[in-house]
Design a protein around this ligand. Sequence first.
Ligand code: PBG
Length: 334
Amino acid sequence: MTVGRFPATRMRRNRHDAWTRRLVAETRLSVDDLIWPIFMIEGDATTSDIASMPGVQRVTLDRLAAHIAPAARLGIPALALFPATPAEKKDPDGTESANPDNLICQAARLLKREFPDLGLIGDVALDPYTSHGHDGVLRDGTVANDESVAILARQATNQANAGIDVIAPSDMMDGRIGAIREALDAAGHEHTRLMSYAAKYASAFYGPFRDALGSEAALKGDKKTYQMDPANGDEALREVELDLLEGADMVMIKPGMPYLDVVRRVHERFAVPTFAYQVSGEYSMLVAAIERGWLDRDRAILESLIAFKRAGASGVLTYFAVEAARLLRERDAG
Ligand code: PBG
């Protein structure tokens, strides 16, 4: 690369006017980059706030279409669906996950009817359904990999049968992508995509999400025997490579902002659709500072999201999706 020297070169020239800044912008955030995670609860006529995620709500199915309508209107491409399971339906093996009439399956049928063009991403992991809160089944005190994978494959097929377009395994068991791909194909779902939570870290930033689903109260111990150590980056590349070999169509890094180096490395190494999840704790951190008047809301939201694009992400799962889409519409309208 040839670079001139000061004073012939003045980096500030291209920043001088808004129109040059627009011309030289290297990345652009658009509504096409946004995936909106949604929380659902059983029952009727209920919208409930999540204390640790101000502005995010859980809704019952009769309110789901109205809840989703703004996202569909703004052109958000896809939703990620997260069901809360009442304690009485949880058991050690998470059997509710295979119930064809469970909350996420009902939601999928309803949303496909009301919004046929909206992509539906289903979380596959057992933690919403297990009484011990782990993503797999416990045998002799440890999360049993292969037995969990067999259950996850049934969970994934169940969701695909209900109309889920993208299966997103967030459980971090070994070999689950291959097993799920095989199960989906055997059930005639060869077009169902797999977005693998390939590098998912054992993170403190999931706290508010677990509040939202009541899985923190249920969780016995921690998830460090299956989720990754925050100290590791090379290991993430191996995780991604394995998932791609097993048939992942898209990969995800999670959490987002503390792991942008991983997003960048994965994107450069594999050049595959790479997503990042701006998780609940990242959302809550920003909102807490915004509520105290310490950060400018609109600017902080958009800056936090463009960072993912700059790092090489194809898109971002974010609780700010609807708000960001509105801000981007306003920007584009001038
Ligand atoms: C569950 C799952 C988690 C998240 C998405 N799927 C939590 C966990 O692994 O404990 C976290 C999302 C967020 O914090 O926003 N398998």
